[in-house]
Write a protein of this length. Structure first.
Length: 179
């Protein structure tokens, strides 16, 4: 992310790739080491005011999780390009494949309320289980339809909160020309 985004209320985030496909690494977002620069214009905390606000709203959404099978309560908050913020939570199902993740729940809600022309300018994921929970592959691909490539995404990782541009979270998204 460039310094230009810091002035827009987003923190400057840099990341370093660690042997994702070599030996001891894995292909999770937690394979990225990140550094969040605390710029004065980003609002104070290491993630910046925008992501801190989204994390608070994501935690609140996680309290509404329907997760009777796993007990894993996740919430997501999306800040749209219009400035609107939309939240979602995970909803489990006895047929596990029908479970809806918090990120997709928030995205579907955003489209239902504001229409298919939305663009997501920032996102945050939180859970009430103190466990790593980067967006899953399905959520990343669903977000790719609406997320700005430089939009910051914050989520809990093994070593604490992480933030990175969406393009680093899903560098090779499937693309299809829209009609």
């Amino acid at each position: 992310m460039s310094d230009a985004h810091a002035g827009a209320g987003f923190p400057v985030v840099s990341y370093e790739r660690r042997g994702m496909y070599s030996g001891g690494g894995n292909a999770l977002a937690s394979s990225f080491m990140q550094t969040v620069e605390n710029k004065p214009e980003s609002g104070g905390g290491p993630l910046g005011a925008v992501l801190e606000e989204l994390l608070g709203l994501a935690r609140e959404a996680a309290r509404h999780s329907y997760s009777p099978y796993s007990g894993f309560k996740v919430g997501a908050a999306l800040k749209l390009g219009s400035g609107e913020i939309v939240t979602g939570t995970n909803v489990e199902n006895a047929s596990y494949g029908l479970t809806v993740c918090a990120e997709r729940a928030a995205l579907v809600r955003a489209v239902a309320i504001f229409g298919p022309e939305i663009r997501v300018a920032a996102a945050a994921v939180a859970n009430l289980n103190d466990a790593p929970s980067p967006p899953c592959g399905a959520c990343r691909q669903a977000l790719a339809e609406f997320m700005l490539p430089e939009a910051p995404v914050a989520f809990p990782a093994e070593d604490g909160m992480r933030a990175m541009p969406f393009s680093a979270l899903l560098p090779m998204a499937f693309e299809k020309k829209r009609k």
